[in-house]
Design a protein around this ligand. Sequence first.
Ligand code: GRG
Length: 309
Amino acid sequence: MKNDTARFADRLAATARDIEALLDQLLSSATLSNETARPPRLLAAMRHAALDGGKRLRPFLVVETAALFDVNRAGALMAGAALELIHCYSLVHDDLPAMDNDDLRRGRPTVHKAFDDATAILVGDALLTLAFDVMARTEVHSDAAVRTTLVLELARASGLGGMAGGQMLDLAAEGRFEKKRVLSESEIITLQAMKTGALIRFACNAGAILGKADSATRANIARYGSAIGQAFQIADDLLDVEGDAKTLGKAAGKDAAAGKATLVATLGVDKARARLNELVEDAGAAVASFGGKSDTLRAAARFIAERRA
Ligand code: GRG
């Protein structure tokens, strides 16, 4: 019989396959109503950004939290695909010369390297807007109020007070706009809760929104999402220190070289690892009331903490 880790890996792979197929379809050359044309170069660059790569962790979290409430899987996958489009856009823009200036992403040349900077900017714009187009579709959920809540919360997670705002705080912390200063632990936690945590938290909340969960349950899911969001970032920072470019599919050691504000730099590797373990525990406790139904979410928290790529 398969153990928890193997079962988790199978479920993650199955969702990744379904998301790949869905994104392939969403990024087909056929125009939709009220679209005039899909310019081939922009479409090719969007497909380069979104297809054939990535763990699809955020859609997986949507699908698995939705499964707690016996939500229809096809709708959860569609919501997950919308979220993945936002994630892919953020990677394309983050890799640009004006941001992190990376040549490699998911083991392939970044979009601005494979195409050019202007195309990469438009890829980000078009993926971002397509995400909201997809989230608003009836295939996500038959209830318009559920779709409106998803659109609203996705916008909040992605924008000024979420991911884009967090990226701004990150650039400021690097000393781009004024003198570089050392951030406190709580400032780092806030920055990371916005930059990477917001989308991960949204992924979990989306499952509860689709399932029309009550507010106490929503709060538990949000606690789970916050804990794994923080864990994800600490694991990512540890990988930057301990990983290598070949397994990561992107450059390693960049954060330390740039003197980036991370909890690993502030707390040191051992304390950061201890914090990571506490967060995995807390994530598990937050969904304990679901019993065996939340086994996969608990395995996901462990996977996030232990991942090597
Ligand atoms: C440019 C608006 C804007 C935002 C950028 C999230 C973000 C903000 C940038 C990503 C930069 C980065 C590499 C952050 C570290 C954490 C992270 C998001 C890693 C990549 O996510 P994974 O591991 O990637 O889920 P895959 O490739 O598996 O999808």
